[in-house]
Design a protein around this ligand. Structure first.
Ligand code: SF4
Ligand code: SF4
Length: 273
């Protein structure tokens, strides 16, 4: 679209203090008439309509994505950050999980993604983690969106994670927490379907296991002792300790509600207090 210029710059040679100096002079132009403005507006409108018409004739060039119809084929770039979650702690946990999914999928004759629903808690390696509860991520967060609650692990006589509370409602996805983690325990993912009707559902508990990090569990040979190292945190029940500051003291409405984390295999759960 043509631009209406209010000023123009003219370069001139001018004698200053006995010397000829090159200067740039800004000249104010005569303002356009209403007719000129209307003409230029019409030109821009026609250009836009022409582009729309060309898309009618060549739909291959259309770049608009039709969401949610294209949900299955939607491409999210790797850089996009929409959700914080615990990483699969190591290849062993990942392989165990994949093998378990395939086994259940075969037994139930379903797709592995559907089989996720049949995994029992005690077999679910998604919940193993590398988090030590060191709170570096909490310290790095500029928005106080993370609250790390630790407990004293009796078996190892050391500190371990009790609850990793993440407030999506105040997170600005800056990734500072991920970079600050010395144990590579958390990551940002591309899940973006986070909309809820009650903002209290935007407080997530990232961990389901109150336990030391996975390597320490795997180092223990005695299965009975290993089992004692792990405490399952209820996905549904109980008030979640809310982290962050300035959270309004909202009244509880009815029974506790739960919403599965929108990231398909993140394994985090949002719990309404
Ligand atoms: S991404 Fe940034 S704002 Fe969000 S929890 Fe991490 S450090 Fe805090
Ligand atoms: S996620 Fe990382 S930085 Fe945060 S508490 Fe766990 S180990 Fe520490």
């Amino acid at each position: 679209m043509g631009m209406i210029q209010a000023t123009q710059i003219v370069n001139e040679e001018r004698p200053i203090a006995g010397k000829t100096v090159s200067v740039s002079v800004v000249q104010r132009l005569r303002p356009p008439t209403r007719f000129q403005v209307a003409l230029l507006g019409m030109q821009g409108l026609l250009q836009g309509m022409w582009l729309t018409l060309t898309y009618f004739w060549s739909p291959v060039e259309v770049v608009t994505r039709e969401y949610p119809e294209n949900r299955d084929s939607l491409k999210i770039t790797e850089r996009f950050r929409g959700n914080l979650r615990f990483k699969f702690p190591n290849e062993v946990a990942h392989q165990t999980h994949s093998a378990l999914l395939e086994q259940i999928a075969q037994e139930t004759q379903t797709h592995p993604e559907v089989a996720e629903n049949w995994i029992r808690d005690e077999d679910d390696t998604r919940w193993y983690h590398n988090c030590t509860g060191c709170s570096k991520c909490e310290e790095a967060c500029p928005n106080a969106s993370i609250r790390i609650l630790t407990r004293h692990g009796e078996i190892l006589d050391d500190r371990e994670i009790d609850r990793f509370v993440w407030r999506l409602d105040s997170c600005m996805f800056c990734n500072a927490c991920v970079l600050a983690c010395p144990w590579d325990a958390i990551e940002m993912t591309g899940g973006f379907e986070n909309a809820v009707f009650d903002r209290r559902l935007l407080v997530y508990s990232l961990n389901r296991l109150a336990a030391p990090r996975i390597n320490l569990i795997q180092d223990e040979q005695d299965p009975a002792v290993r089992a004692r190292m792990i405490d399952w945190r209820s996905r549904y029940g109980g008030p979640i300790p809310l982290g962050g500051t300035g959270l309004p003291n909202l009244p509880a409405i009815g029974a506790p509600k739960v919403q599965e984390c929108p990231v398909s295999h993140a394994g985090s759960t949002a719990v309404a207090p």
